[in-house]
Design a binder for this molecule. Structure first.
Ligand SMILES: *Cc1c(COP(=O)(O)O)cnc(C)c1O
Length: 372
């Protein structure tokens, strides 16, 4: 059952809520007293579920929540969450009133935007804003310290805005080589030096900067990946101050098994040929679930055995080769632990030539999340 709804397919993701609470607590222990943690629950909590993740991080000591766009913030408000929320991405000026009414803070980085949005903020309300400085990521943010002064003056003079924060974002904090990181940090300090008054929140550090560099904490941090028990990069993983507990696991069950004779092939394109008599099982998960075709050849855990994916992964189903007969209904773990064997999100990322962030995000909405 998920949200009171009966499920009829045996494929699901398990989210270990206690792991998220634990990771958040460990993160908070590293922070000076004056530094508050904002937790990134954008993209459906990196695929873990936005609302449940938000509740877990708040329990673990997070001060506020981070989302990518206004719709994600509203989802949290509708679920009854009253914690501070900051939208990290762009919001249309026309929608500033909605944010103000729901007490959602917005990221701003264009002087024109401030002028335009002011007309959409109802008289009695104020919109809290964080100014984003581009110190080298070249994604969004103001590039010139002179723009910052203009914006600060405009915000301070306006009864529609509250200057709540200023921040920047690092491009290379997950690398050991820190020259570019230090350059960005220096540029951010130069921006701060332009302000007449510092706003309540000054923030720069993501998970990598918080866990690895330690010198950019200011009085708030923005952490995401580490809360899910994953390392910001393989490179800094050996140096992390605590070992995160992975919160995401992915499971299914055998729905068919048969013995192939030598020479028979499997799946679309007949890309796999049995070399001898082989036990082949089918599991109900495929690329429409985010279990991508490139995972062909990857080993999953069936009961207590390793089982490679053989033949092409289909839209809804995948075939695996078993070392012995197993009955219908046998548990298969694709990410996580089973019978002492373990598949980390990082293993899947490595096979796909991508980062762990992408793996939990790509498991589609078709896979129900079960909260433990
Ligand atoms: C997603 C995001 C974060 C969190 O990054 P992690 O690497 O997951 O810790 C921080 N800041 C901004 C601007 C982001 O978009």
């Amino acid at each position: 059952m998920v949200d009171g709804q009966q499920l009829y397919r045996d494929t699901w993701a398990e989210i270990n809520v206690d792991a998220i609470v634990y990771n958040m607590r460990e993160m908070c222990k590293l922070l000076p007293d004056e530094t508050k943690a904002f937790a990134a629950v954008k993209a459906n909590g990196y695929g873990h579920g936005a609302v449940q993740t938000a509740r877990a991080v708040l329990k673990g000591g997070a001060h506020g929540l981070l989302v990518a766009f206004l719709d994600e913030a509203l989802e949290l408000r509708r679920a009854g969450l009253t914690a501070p929320i900051l939208v990290l991405g762009y919001t249309r000026a026309e929608d500033a009133g909605v944010a103000a009414k729901e007490d959602i803070s917005l990221t701003v980085y264009q002087y024109d935007w401030l002028q335009k949005a002011e007309t959409f903020i109802p008289g009695e309300s104020r919109l809290s804003v964080h100014i984003k400085c581009d110190t080298g990521m070249n994604r969004i943010g103001i590039k010139e310290p002179s723009e910052l002064s203009l914006m600060e003056d405009f915000i301070e003079a306006s009864s529609s805005y509250y200057f709540q924060g200023i921040y920047t974002h690092f491009a290379t904090a997950d690398q050991i080589e820190e020259q570019y990181y230090q350059q960005q940090l220096a540029r951010f300090r130069a921006f701060l030096g332009m302000l007449k008054t510092l706003p309540p929140y000054v923030h720069a550090a993501n998970s990598a900067a918080t866990l690895y560099h330690h010198d950019s904490l200011f009085n708030a941090i923005r952490v995401g990946i580490a809360l899910y028990g994953l390392s910001p990069s393989p490179e800094i993983k050996p140096y992390l101050p605590f070992e995160g507990r992975e919160a995401f696991s992915l499971h299914t069950k055998i729905i068919h098994i048969k013995k192939l004779s030598a020479g028979e092939t499997i799946g679309y394109g007949a890309t796999y040929t049995a070399e001898e008599n082989e036990w082949i099982a089918t599991i109900p998960i495929g690329y429409a679930d985010g279990w991508l075709r490139h995972l062909q050849g990857f080993q999953v855990i069936a009961d207590d055995e390793w089982a490679p994916i053989v033949g092409r992964i289909c839209m809804d189903q995948t075939m695996i080769k078993l070392p012995r007969y197993m009955p219908i209904g046998t548990n298969v773990t694709l990410i996580g632990e089973q019978c002492g064997k373990k598949i980390s999100v990082d293993h899947v990322a490595e096979k796909l030539n991508t980062i762990n962030y992408e793996v939990t995000c790509m498991i589609s909405h078709r896979v129900p999340r079960i909260y433990l």
